[in-house]
Write a new protein. Structure first.
Length: 296
């Protein structure tokens, strides 16, 4: 190809990319830069412009903030519990249903994917009713079965509240991984599976030695996306507990600090510092997942 033709094709390619590049720069890169800059200031609702430069003061104060440490701990608990559970359950379900006939498989995928496309507010309202102290389904079923004597305050008791949040997050997160795993299982090289079966390999050996390595890219994507979604758990906390009962997370604390902390009139700088810390943790954990997947 001539240099002129290569140049024209390159320019054409970048012109096709230009709309999404403008969107990415305007709504991702620039806000990230503003967040980092604000994290180094004392900006709040009452200040004009960026506020006064305070350096790393906000970051130092964060680690002295007991509420932030508790929110960070709760966030890590949610991630550590929900991410492996979502991946394992999704893989199990997809392995059980991917050989079904077309209509039945589509029905199962629709059932599991329905919470994903349903509005988070609508899903949360339903769960809030099921957790209700007096008319909730859980208390009714458990009392009817004789497993409890009095109603449990699911969302008001610190012993149960965080677990209830994780359960909702789990049910709303498995839909997409199941669909992806079903597609990944359908793309496994069947000639290798048949060869292993002819050689006497068990179903577990076929899965572990043949199917699992070919599904690793899909698993990596699911791990990263599920981890990011778990770190960003906010709507459930806002709608159900408002950070009470030991369910405060970093995302909710960012919102509370930036927009509801009246004594500091919305400390944007402090909230942005939390956002930077959260982004660093997400980046490090995602990089670790990529490294482990590459080694395997």
């Amino acid at each position: 190809m001539s240099r002129a033709l290569v140049r024209r094709e390159t320019i054409s390619g970048y012109l096709f990319l230009l709309p999404i590049l403008i969107f990415f720069v305007g709504f991702v890169i620039i806000p990230m830069v503003i967040c980092i800059v604000n994290s180094l200031t004392d900006a709040n609702m009452n200040t004009q412009g960026l506020g006064n430069f305070v350096g790393l003061t906000n970051f130092i104060d964060l680690w002295k903030d007991k509420t932030f440490r508790e929110a960070l701990w709760n966030t890590f608990v949610i991630v550590i519990v929900s991410v492996p559970a979502v991946c394992a359950f999704s893989l199990w379900v997809s392995s059980a249903i991917y050989k079904l006939n077309g209509k039945l498989l589509s029905a199962f995928r629709c059932i599991f994917y329905l919470p994903v496309v349903t509005g988070s507010v609508a899903v949360t309202v339903v769960w809030k009713w099921m957790y209700d102290n007096y008319t909730g389904v859980f208390n009714y079923v458990l009392k009817s079965a004789g497993l409890i004597e009095k109603n449990i305050n699911w969302l008001g008791d610190p012993k149960y509240a965080l677990g209830c949040i994780i359960l909702i997050l789990f049910t709303t997160s498995v839909g997409q991984p199941i669909v992806l795993y079903v597609s990944a299982l359908g793309n496994v090289d069947q000639s290798l599976v048949e060869a292993a079966q002819v050689d006497g390999a068990t179903n577990f050996q076929v899965f572990w030695k043949i199917k699992w390595p070919q599904m690793m890219p899909t698993t990596l994507y699911i791990l990263v996306i599920t981890t990011i979604n778990s770190f960003q758990c906010f709507a459930l906390i806002q709608l159900l507990t408002q950070g009470g009962s030991g369910t405060n997370t970093v995302m909710y604390y960012i919102y509370y600090t930036a927009f509801k902390l009246t004594e500091k009139a919305g400390h944007f700088g402090y909230a942005n510092a939390m956002g930077v810390i959260l982004a660093i943790f997400i980046g490090l954990l995602s990089a670790l997942q990529f490294k482990l997947a590459k080694e395997k």
